[in-house]
Every structure is written in C-alpha cells, then in structure tokens.
Design a protein around this ligand. Structure first.
Ligand SMILES: [Zn+2]
Length: 441
C-alpha cells in the first residue's frame, strides 16, 4: 500500500537520528510509527551532504570538489587519476616528500578529496587518514592537506579537527547473535560491549540471550563530515531478555560520581557479575550455540560454561584469593573469598594468571586464569560455583547482592534524567514494535 513500508529494517534504523533535542526521522520511519495517519510535520528528514569539505568550509571560489574512497590495492597514482588531478610533480611529491608521508599508508575505506579550479588545477588535496582518534579534548579527526606552494612545487601539512558529539539512537532484535543484531543496527562494537558491561550484573549474556530479545539504545557518537568517527558512551538503554525488561541510564550524583542505574534508581553496579567469562564478539559465536553441559544441580553444584581452552576467566566480584592450586576433580582451581558470606570458585583451569597467589586481592573483572579441562572434565569448560556460607547455590536463580543505591538527595535530579531519556526509549520501542509487526505481515 505505502511504498515506504518496503524499506528494510536496516534502512529505517540508519535513518533514525536523535539530535539537538529533537528526533529526526525519515518519512519512512515515521510511516512506521504511525501507519494509520499521515505524520505531523514535527520531524525532519535527515539530509546527507554530498562531498562535504573536510574540516573547514570550502572557499566559495572552489568550483569543484572531487572525492574518492580508497580501495584495497590502490596506489597514490590511482587516487589522483580518479580525482581527475594531473599536476606536474605532484605524484613525485606525494610519494617522496617526508612532509606528505601520511599518504604513504593508504587505508581502504578512507577518503581523499580534492578541490579543482575552473582550469582543472588542484587547489588542495585532503586525505582523512585518521577519521577518529581520542584526544584530550574529545574525538579528533586528523588529515593531511596538500596545496601548491606558489613556486611550481607543493607543500603538505597535517591538520586536525574536533569531531562533533551527537546523540544517536538504535534498536535491534536478536535473531542469531547479539553482535549480528548490533551490526544490523549499525551499533559500534564499543557500544555493544558497553551494553553488555552495564547489564553484566543482571544478565548472563553467555547463557541468557534468546532469539527475539530486543534492545533500544540512546548513545553518544562523534561525528565528522556526516560520518561516525568515534563512539562515546551509552546514555540510556532498555534490553528485553526473555520478556523481562532491563533498563539503564547514566547518572552523575551531586558528588560527581557517575554510574548506571535502572529507571527505578537501583544501581546496576552489581557486587557480582553474572558470569566469569567476558562476552565478546568471539565468545558470542560459541555463546549463542553453547548448551550448558547438562548435569543435575544436585551433586554438581556449579554452572558450566563451555569455552575454548585458553579463554580468559575474570573474577566476578572483588575478593581475596583463598585457594589457588590443584584439587581432586576440580583440577586447577581458584577460590575467592569475596566478602561477608560470599565466595566463588573457578575450576578446570588450564593455567592461572601469572603471579597470582594465595592472599592476593583481586577486583571485579580482573583476569585470574584461563579455561581448560584439568580435573574431571570431558572438554574445556569453566565450572563456576557461587557459594553462600560455603554452600554452593545456583547463581542463575539467586538475587545477587547489589553494591550501591541512590541516595535520597540525588532522587530529584535522577528523576529528571530518567524523564529525559525514557520517552526516547519508549518511542524506539513503539517504532520497533511497528517494524516487527510489519515484517510479520
Ligand atoms: Zn561443572
């Protein structure tokens, strides 16, 4: 009926852009939000700039700006040819002059631009060799600029421009893996990993993820010339795991302590992580296919994580090494005395973290050893026990203790923060539901 409905999910997601206090959606995305009625002109289509000048405004006298992306195997001569540049001595300058050495290394996918005057002479050439890197002031883009020097030669200078911070949104649904869904939503890897870290005390991303799980995220990105050149941090998110909603919002207390809380104000910084194996792009490929090694809880007393031998094991909570060595059945095993009545055990390790010994203090997330199959193990896996008063309990079905709660004096500011992001998350949720309904039609 409406051609806009035939837009792919990928396109709709890409066209979502939250910026400067308003949501910018394309007409296609709007049609999805409110399929029944024509949308109010509240939103504006996102515009893509063609051949934007790098870093600074092009002079009004620039008649023509050419741009090309570097392809694998390109030489500088190939680039000049595609840009339509034919300047005596330029190729020799670019390939021999030390001041132009950053163009010696051509990164596929990065951009080279040039301005040509009416006679077709090069006014400048710019190579954005480092589109985004972290600097003291934020994210910077670095590029090389080459100009005629006015004496039949050329000069080259390195320039940098600060990237602009923007707030972006994304939503996705897991069909085969979290990273698959994140890629489809064009979410930077660092943001996906941050989402996993933020919810690491609530969700065991290695065992709990299911097909149909959904996420909605508001995050910062650093933009340069219309391209995302660096990821910032998550502002707010919602993750639907097995039909249960988990929310998170970044909040800084009056004391300047920043952290993530759920929308009700409970800290997400758990005293314990749900799992001792970090969820990464690599681990997720076995994580999603992974089935727990089935054993009865009675007589087994732990949770098993199948993982390749050598996969790092991390402390799930702060603690002191109570035991490190070999035990019958457990093989190479570490027991951490965490605090109060809690302790954790990590068995079948191939080896321990270098230098770790009894009595050492470790912090949550510290590397303590590596997955192996020592002791009674049929294959490489981590056997993880969570103990209360030295009695193993099922960590997957236990409410783990939380570290911090919000103080009363911060409540008002916290509510304001939630009120700012929750509507965006809700809008994303509606958009997502509509998209999924359309896809099922
Ligand atoms: Zn086990």
């Amino acid at each position: 009926m409406m051609p806009a409905f035939h837009q792919t999910r990928r396109h709709i997601t890409r066209s979502l852009l939250f910026a400067a206090g308003g949501l910018f959606l394309t007409a296609a995305a709007l049609a999805v939000v409110q399929p029944a009625t024509p949308p109010e002109p509240v939103f504006q289509a996102r515009q893509t700039l063609d051949l934007p000048p790098m870093g600074q405004q092009a002079d009004s006298t620039d008649p023509y700006i050419a741009s090309t992306r570097i392809r694998r195997g390109d030489t500088v001569a190939d680039l000049l040819r595609r840009l339509g540049i034919n300047e005596d001595g330029l190729l020799a300058f670019l390939t021999h002059d030390a001041s132009a050495r950053s163009i010696y290394k051509l990164y596929p996918g990065r951009t080279v631009q040039a301005a040509l005057d009416e006679q077709g002479h090069m006014m400048w050439l710019r190579y954005a060799h480092t589109p985004g890197s972290t600097a003291k002031s934020g994210i910077e883009s670095a590029w090389l600029e080459v100009r005629p020097d006015g004496h039949d030669g050329f000069s080259a200078h390195e320039r940098t421009t600060a990237a602009v911070r923007e707030t972006r949104v994304a939503e996705g649904e897991i069909s085969s893996s979290l990273f698959g869904a994140a890629d489809e939503a064009q979410l930077p890897d660092s943001i996906t990993m941050e989402m996993v870290d933020i919810l690491g005390s609530r969700i065991d991303f290695l065992k709990d993820l299911r097909k149909g799980d959904r996420f909605r995220i508001v995050y910062d990105a650093y933009m340069h010339d219309g391209e995302e050149v660096g990821a910032g941090h998550i502002r707010a998110l919602e993750f639907i795991n097995k039909d249960k909603a988990y929310s998170a919002v970044w909040f800084e207390t009056a004391q300047g302590q920043g952290g993530y809380y759920d929308f009700s104000g409970a800290s997400l910084k758990g005293a314990f992580l749900r799992t001792a194996i970090k969820f990464t792009r690599i681990s997720s490929t076995f994580g999603m296919r992974m089935h727990p090694i089935h054993k009865k809880w009675i007589g087994h007393k732990g949770v098993d994580y199948a993982a390749p031998s050598g996969t790092p094991i991390h402390a799930t909570a702060d603690g002191t090494v109570e035991f490190i060595g070999q035990q019958n059945g457990y093989g190479n095993v570490i027991i951490l005395k965490n605090f109060g009545k809690y302790s954790t055990l990590y068995a079948h390790q191939s080896r321990f973290a270098k230098g770790l010994k009894k009595g050492d203090h470790v912090q949550q997330g510290d590397l303590i050893g590596y997955v192996g199959s020592t002791g009674w193990a049929t294959g490489p896996h981590l056997h993880y026990e969570f103990r209360i008063n030295n009695q193993p309990v099922d960590p997957l079905s236990t409410d783990l203790p939380m570290a911090r709660t919000l103080e009363a004096r911060d409540q008002k500011a916290f509510q304001a923060t939630v009120a700012r992001y929750q509507p965006e998350i809700q809008l994303l949720a509606r958009l997502q539901e509509s998209r999924i309904q359309l896809a099922e039609r």
